[in-house]
Each structure stands twice: as C-alpha cells, then as structure tokens.
Design a protein around this ligand. Structure first.
Ligand SMILES: [Zn+2]
Length: 877
C-alpha cells in the first residue's frame, strides 16, 4: 500500500486516518469521512482503485472542480476522466463502461441520468467504491443544500454491494446523520478528523466602506502579488466583486473575477487562469471554489461577513491546503449583520429559518470576538480546544491591554437609554458629540445632560466602544423591516443601576486599535498586525536556499506552461522547498523527496536535476546537502517570526544551529561543515544579532552558556547606571570574572525587555527552559496555570472582598500577575499565556455582575450629573 502511495503520490507515509479508511473501503465497508480541507481526504478514495485495479466513481458537485482533479491525477500517471454535460468526448463513456479509468468523476445529475445498462457494464468491469464528495450538500441542515444530491440514494439499489464513501469538510452531528440516512449507508465506518488547520492564521477587522479602505486593501494585495502569493477575495455581492476588480485594475494589479452573472465560459477561463498562476488574485462571490483544488492559496480575504460560520470555515479553508503558513482575514461592517432577512428568503420551513439565523449570529460573534478565534471556531464544530490561546490568531498575538472604561461606557449607555432606545447608534453618538443637527434639536436631545460630553472623541471611537458593549450584551440590537434600533440590555441596565455618586463599578474592556486611537500603529487597512504577518515565513531555508526556492518556482511555472497544466499539479510548494533544502544530484535522491512521484520523475526528473545543478552552482550551494533540521510536514505551528532578510546567511545559519538544533556555540564554531573554524565569540555575536533582528532566542540557555548569573546581571545593571551602556566602561566597573559576552547578553536582554527571571529559573531549578518555537505551548501553559493557580485563587478571593470599595483593583491584580514566572517577552510565547490567563480572569469578573453588591439605584439624569462631578478634576479612568 505504501509503495502505491509513493509511486503515484510521492509520499512515503500516509497522513492520519488515511490508511485506516483505505483499508476499510478495500474490505467493502461504507465510510463517512469528516476531515478538514487540506487533511488529504481525496487520497482516501484515490488509493483504493490503484490497489484493487477497479474503477472508483466519484460524485462531485462542480464541473470545474472535476476538471482540476482530473488534470492533477493525469500528472501523477493515474487514469482519470469526468462525465458531465461539459464532456464532449463520446469515447469517454465507452472507456468508462469498460473500466478503463482508475477514477471516474461525475456530477450528481449525470450519475442519476446514466442508464442502468451503463452501471451494470461498469459493475462487470469492476467498481471498488462510490464516493460522494462535499457530502454535506445532501443535507437540508447543511449550508449548501443541493436537491440533486438527495436523489443519489437511487444508486444504492443499482450498486448494492459497492462501498459508499461520504466525504465532507464541515458537518455537524445533524448533517452527519443526514448523510448516512440519505445515502442508505450500512453501519458506516465514521472518521472525524480534527478541524484544526494549524497552518492558518485567523484575523478579523471592522472597516468602513469607501475608497480609502479599498485603496489600502488593493495596496496590500499588490504586495502579495509581488511575492507570487495566490489570494482569493470573497465578496457577499456581485457589485462588490466588480468594484474591487475595477480598483485592482486601476492599480494595474492583474486579477480575475468570478460570479454567478458571468457566462459559463468567462467563469471557466478565469478559473483556469487562476489555478495556472497566470494571475494571482481572484475576486469572487462564494460561487467560486467549492472544493477548489489549488493547494497553494496563501490568503483568503473576506470582504464582508459571510452568511454563516460554516461557510466561513469552508471558504477560509481553501487557504494553505499544502500545509504552508497562510492567512485568513475577515473584514466586516456592522451592516453585514443586518442581512438575516435576506439570507432567510431561501428558507422554506421555520427550522431552516432558525438554522440560518443561528449561523449568521455565530458568524457575527466570530467577528466581534476578543478571545482566541481558533478556539471559538473549533468549539463551534464540537471539537474541544484545551488551550485558551492558540498563538496564531490576531486576538492571541496582539497585546490585550484592558482598561477601565466605565466612565465612557456609562455615558454611552445612559445616553442611549435617555434617547428612548428608538434609534440606531448614530443619534446617541451625535448627542454625545454635541451635534446640533435638526433631528437632534427637534427631539430636544440637545437638552440632555450628556449633550456634548463626549465631543473630544470621534464618532468611530464611540461606535467601537459600542461594539464591545454589544459583545458583552450590555447593548442589544433589534432589527426591524427597514432599520435597526439599539437599546440597553438587562446587563447594561444592571450596570447603570449599580452606579451611584460615590461609586462606579469598574468595566474593563480590551483596548482595541480603534479604542486606543493609535493611528500610528495602524496600517491603512486597520491594524499593524498585517505587516507583522508579512514577515512570518516558513522556517528551514537559509536566505540563499530561499532564493533557490524562488528560482525553482519560476522554473516549475515554465514547465507547467509548456505542458498546459497548473504548476501545483506538477509538484507542491512543500516539495520544491525540500528540493531547495537538499538539492539532490541524482534521480534516486530526487525520488526520495516527499511529494515526488514516479510520473513526475519520469517526465521532468532529468530536466529538474539539470536545473538544480545549474542554479545551485550559480548560488554557490553544494549539492546533496543533508538538511540540518527535520523539515516539518505539516508545520506544527505558524513558523518562527524572523526577519532574516537583514541577516547574512552565515549569521542566520549560526542562529539556526544554536536556537533550533540546540548546538552549543563551541560546536557551531568548529562545525565540520565549515571550511575553517571561527571564534566562539563570533558565533555568540551572530546569535545576539539574530536576537536583535527579532529571531527568537532561548534566553535561559544563552545565560547558562555564557555564565550570566542573577548576581552579575544586577552588577552589570548597576554599572550601567553609573557609566552608561558602552561596553568597555561597564567592563572596567566590574570584577574581572564578568566577561564581555555576559555584558553583551545582559545589554540585549535589557534592550529587548527580557526579564532577568529567566536566569533565576534556570540557575536555581537547573531545568532547561525551552521557549523556542518547538516547545510545546499547551503544556507550558498548563504548567504556568498550575504554578499560579494558588496565587490566582488568593487574588480572586481578595478581589471579591475588595471589589465594592476598591475600583483600582486592576493595578493590584497586575502586580500579582507580574510576579508570575514569565519567561519570555515574545508575545506568542508562554509570557502571553500568563497574560491571557489574567485576561480571562478579568472577563470572568465582567460575567459576574451579581458579585457587585452595591446599592441599587435607578440612573436618572440628575444622578448621572452628580456622578459625573467625580470626573471634574480631569480623572477619566
Ligand atoms: Zn488564537
């Protein structure tokens, strides 16, 4: 079985679940496979026909998808064809009946229309399975119900002894039951893989429609195009597709467009050009890409909130199917959430209507989330995610500073309440900002005591605050036929009532970029994170190897064009990266690389070896290099953030050997791969420079290696306070045994904000503190949690006692948290775990308003004025 896998697919090992499913199918049993996109579902039905030498029939919803898959299979030397209205070759039918194809694709319509004589002839030739791809389309509970799928049960009678295989990437329990029932499966073997797409980075951002945002978006996309990274932009309407397409065109970004109002031919042409990398950007409605087979899409951008979390998961899941880090970004406006009626129009029953409403509400919640997005997504699909922070979503990587915004929240809530709850958000915000517009004067809102009290903050700032109050259910939105109104919900009323002139319960909210008003840190599309992400790179290649990789990408493109096929169909990006890393000189070595199959070797092997030899020579790289580190497939996390572009290859190599391979500086200096040994001090110099450039450093290990103790750290700091930060004067101030290397490490730690506690933990406990990317984050979080549980308990207790008289608790709490053993300043790392812990504790407090047992008082305008006197001396928070 493994030899078949290597021969046709080039892999030496099956991925999780695949082998077990293939074996079950070969035993003739029905299977239901629920696995995330990119986890290798299709291999489960592609291998059995190659082993049993019988045809596999695959029902697939889209013609373009079938064409892609047939093209890719042919590149592997597998006999494949499709039957649909688009198939003009009549021989295809005859060949199919005679069992000439390993894999035969067809649309559900075609499958139901084929005469029984076709099936009985094919049965005589041999059928090993009938697979139904995108099987959730069978269920009315699914988000993509297709009537034709419902009729597939007819085939069961014709193909009574053939195993049926249902495959889908998204299915709740209800949908799973529906698939089993509709396909009349007999005691199926059910496999549910993880929904966690570890190589995807998730982020969300609200935006304002208009040319400013569009231009910024286009500028961002053109940087992806420069890097030849494929991007899909999903829009909710055809109008948006056309607008973005035009903006891209004006900026000379070559893109394709895809929506339901285009002709079939125009759509197909666009689709083909996109998968062949003739352009890198596709602007589309969700009509594009169900099951799209292009594995190297690096960015999926949603321009507007999708109609359900299921469809978001599926559309964003088209990103990074090859396991290389890729990015899913969702831009939403509040008006997206008011489209429930529009989506409900298709619902035929009350149940369906409720399903649509619930799905949209889940998508809305995902947009507004301030906690880990991955955790929310996975738990929505019923998968437990034990950590509270994944480290690879915007909420887990951005700093989550929380501040007490009780004063402003109070103002906004009270103003909305006083306006009677009959308006949208604009009127109360205009009142706070002191507007004298006619409708405000007509309603006498200029007489309200809050009129003008919030004029120093922008309307958008107030709306951003409202967003957070919505997500906490302090504010509630009601949709009417034409407009929506905002009112204060029961939790908000409780908050208003708990205020009195002497006391205001704190309300800690996350300081989002909009609330921070920190325009400098925000790029045009809204946040600074985007730029940071651009530097996330797949680890493992040195700078020169990366150059080689890019050249190989170009060569692959030329080969693919010459053969009229898509570059990815020749071999995947991962395979090319491995080639760049090892630079094989012989066919045997090339064949050894994961992803190189026999057909590829036969067709392109010699040409590719020639190219590798030529380019490696040009770049001064040796052939047949042993990879220094095991290449991660798939990467267990989005790779290390490093800006190695500014490091020379020698420096980057030294850092990689030290940090990732765990070699001591001494060994690196005398490494046999080096032409001549270099000084240990030079190696340390290189590592420090890498640290300065943003590469992660295991500080505990480094301190241990140079012998930096807590005592010398303190002494160096003291010396600096006397003589400044020049090396020699510091050295002169200190005892002889303090080395230059120790001083350098200490200086960089201070420069980059690393706490000297990393030394204490290492030297006192004698344990290795691994804060490299390879460390197991969840286990470190667990350890941090158990270490700090008792401390937090006592803090929690203190909190309950003090909460009614001390509204400056956060300071105390943060004090307590700062005493926790935070070992790393890297925001993705364990330090952030402790931080996250503190955030979740703070939130817990918000969720328990009943803990605040102060005198209940109805908020009146007078009482508000009384209360506001507390702030007259300019104390705002
Ligand atoms: Zn996360």
């Amino acid at each position: 079985m493994e030899s078949t896998l290597k021969q046709y697919f080039g892999f030496s090992k099956f991925r999780p679940y695949q082998k077990e499913i293939v074996e079950t199918i070969l035993q003739g049993k029905d299977c239901l496979v629920v696995m995330a996109t990119g986890s290798g579902k299709s291999l489960c039905y592609q291998v059995p026909p190659l082993i049993s030498k019988k045809t596999a029939v695959v029902i697939s919803p889209l013609i373009s998808l079938m064409q892609d898959q047939v093209m890719a299979l042919k590149q592997r030397g597998i006999g494949a064809e499709y039957l649909s209205s688009a198939q003009n070759d009549q021989n295809a039918y005859t060949n199919a009946e005679r069992g000439r194809y390993n894999i035969l694709y067809m649309t559900p319509e075609k499958a139901c229309m084929l005469p029984n004589s076709f099936w009985s002839r094919l049965l005589d030739s041999g059928i090993c399975l009938l697979a139904v791809d995108e099987a959730h389309c069978i269920s009315e509970w699914g988000h993509n119900f297709r009537v034709e799928y419902k009729q597939l049960d007819k085939l069961r009678d014709v193909l009574s002894n053939v195993p049926f295989v249902g495959l889908t990437a998204t299915a709740t329990e209800k949908v799973r039951d529906d698939i089993i029932k509709s396909l009349k499966m007999q005691f199926p073997h059910v496999t549910i893989g993880s929904f966690d797409r570890q190589n995807l980075f998730y982020s969300c951002k609200s935006f304002d429609r208009g040319s400013v945002f569009l231009n910024a978006l286009v500028a961002e996309i053109s940087t992806f195009v420069d890097k030849t990274e494929s991007t899909i932009i999903y829009c909710t309407t055809v109008k948006d597709v056309e607008e973005i397409f035009e903006t891209l065109k004006k900026s000379r970004v070559h893109a394709g467009m895809y929506h339901g109002q285009m002709s079939n031919k125009a759509r197909e042409d666009c689709h083909r050009s996109f998968i062949r990398d003739e352009f890198y950007v596709m602007v589309a409605t969700i009509a594009f890409g169900m099951g799209i087979d292009k594995p190297d899409i690096r960015h999926v951008i949603h321009y507007g909130c999708p109609k359900s979390l299921e469809s978001y998961y599926q559309e964003s899941g088209r990103c990074g199917r090859d396991g290389i880090p890729s990015f899913c970004r969702l831009y939403y406006t509040r008006s997206d959430f008011a489209k429930a009626d529009f989506y409900c129009a298709e619902a035929r029953t009350a149940d369906q209507r409720k399903a649509v409403m619930d799905s949209l509400a889940a998508a809305q919640r995902y947009c507004m989330l301030t906690t880990c997005r991955r955790k929310y997504l996975l738990e929505y699909f019923g998968e437990k995610y034990s950590s509270s922070s994944c480290g690879t979503c915007d909420n887990c990587t951005s700093s989550k500073k929380e501040i007490d915004m009780s004063r402003d929240a109070f103002l906004l809530l009270a103003c909305i309440h006083s306006c009677g709850g009959h308006w949208g958000l604009n009127i109360p915000v205009d009142v706070l900002r002191g507007s004298r517009a006619k409708r405000i004067l007509d309603a006498h809102f200029d007489k309200l005591p809050f009129h003008g009290l919030g004029k120093d903050l922008s309307a958008n700032w107030w709306k951003a605050l409202a967003s957070q109050l919505f997500s906490l259910d302090y504010l509630v939105e009601t949709f009417n036929d034409k407009y929506k109104t905002v009112r204060v919900g029961p939790k908000g009323i409780q908050f208003l009532n708990s205020c009195n002139p002497d006391y205001q319960p704190p309300l800690y909210l996350i300081l989002t970029p909009e609330l921070a008003g920190d325009d400098a840190s925000r790029d045009a599309t809204g946040d600074g994170i985007v730029n940071k992400l651009g530097q996330l790179e797949f680890d493992g290649l040195s700078q020169t190897e990366d150059e080689l990789y890019k050249m190989l990408l170009e060569e692959r493109m030329k080969l693919a064009r010459g053969h009229g096929t898509a570059p990815y169909a020749l071999c995947g990006d991962q395979t090319l990266r491995k080639i760049a890393l090892t630079r094989p000189s012989t066919r045997a070595r090339l064949a050894n690389i994961d992803g190189v199959n026999q057909h590829f070797l036969k067709t392109y092997g010699d040409r590719l070896l020639q190219i590798i030899r030529h380019l490696s020579q040009e770049l001064g790289l040796v052939l047949d290099a042993e990879p220094i580190a095991e290449f991660p497939t798939p990467p267990s996390k989005v790779a290390t953030i490093h800006k190695n572009k500014r490091l020379t290859p020698a420096k980057f190599e030294a850092w990689k050997m030290w940090q990732e391979d765990g070699l001591p500086a001494q060994k690196i200096a005398n490494h046999p791969g080096r032409a001549a040994p270099i000084k240990v001090d030079t190696v340390l110099e290189y590592i420090l420079e890498a640290g300065r450039e943003g590469c992660s450093i295991d500080w505990s290990r480094l301190c241990l290696e140079v012998g930096l103790t807590q005592e010398s750290f303190n002494n160096i700091q003291e010396a600096m306070s006397k003589v400044g930060n020049k090396l020699k004067p510091i050295k002169n101030e200190l005892p002889e045994e303090v080395s230059y290397n120790q001083i350098k490490v200490c200086l960089l730690m201070l420069e980059t904000g690393i706490s000297s506690e990393v030394i204490a933990s290492t030297h006192q406990q004698g344990c290795k503190v691994d804060n490299s990317e390879k460390g197991s984050l969840p286990s470190q979080i667990e350890a941090a949690q158990s270490n700090t549980a008792s401390l937090l308990d006592s803090v929690d207790h203190q909190m309950k006692v003090d909460i009614t008289r001390n509204n400056n608790l956060l300071g105390e709490f943060e004090d307590a948290v700062s005493r926790l053993p935070v070992e790393n300043a890297d925001p993705n790392q364990p330090g952030a775990a402790a931080d996250d812990l503190s955030c979740s504790r703070k939130r817990q407090k918000l969720d328990e308003p009943q803990a605040v047992q102060s005198v209940a008082m109805e908020a009146t305008e007078d009482s508000v004025l009384d209360w506001l006197k507390n702030f007259k001396d300019g104390v705002r928070f």
